[in-house]
Design a protein around this ligand. Sequence first.
Ligand SMILES: [Zn+2]
Ligand SMILES: [Zn+2]
Length: 205
Amino acid sequence: MKIVRDEKSGTFTFVPDKRSEKRILASIIKILKPGDKIFYDGRDEDRDGFPRLFFYAGAQKKEKVEKGNGWTSISIACIGGIKLTLSGNTKEDRREVSQIRDACFFGRGELIFIGETVVDEKKAIKVTVRHCKLCKANMINRVACEWGICDACAAKCQHRYISGAIRGGSLDISIGEFCDSCGRGKPEMADENMSQTEHHCAVEK
Ligand SMILES: [Zn+2]
Ligand SMILES: [Zn+2]
């Protein structure tokens, strides 16, 4: 799949490469209407170690309860729907696949169908990851999706910084200060560290 990121409109466009992708997208377009959810259902890696994401369009989410000897496990299963496998052919597409996974996983575990479009004479679909809870804007970035607040609203936030664990890209976790309402990190943090280091160096000279 070719994946086109549009920061301004907060959308991804999925353009089919293979014949099977063309068919799947065409049937998704037939059953979904704008605003419908496409559920994220995990990932694996292809033969070359590149990420592959699985989604279900037009599915129902059902709670699956399993009981064993002294334990109960509750999980969410997707029932029915059309399975969409998202994988990229180029390096750029693969990078987008990883970013979509993070935005979905730390967001709400779904994509939102915006509508159909045509790219290079192929029927494509436009999706977003989450809507901003304050202004309803489309969002595709991980931090925005995780906290449910778009960059424009975060810029207007009266930040209340607290200390805690901050997730970097992938699974890195560090301790730092971030706002507990919009999730954005304290901007001076890097500079403060820098000036301390510089001061330390100056003393040693
Ligand atoms: Zn907003
Ligand atoms: Zn804030």
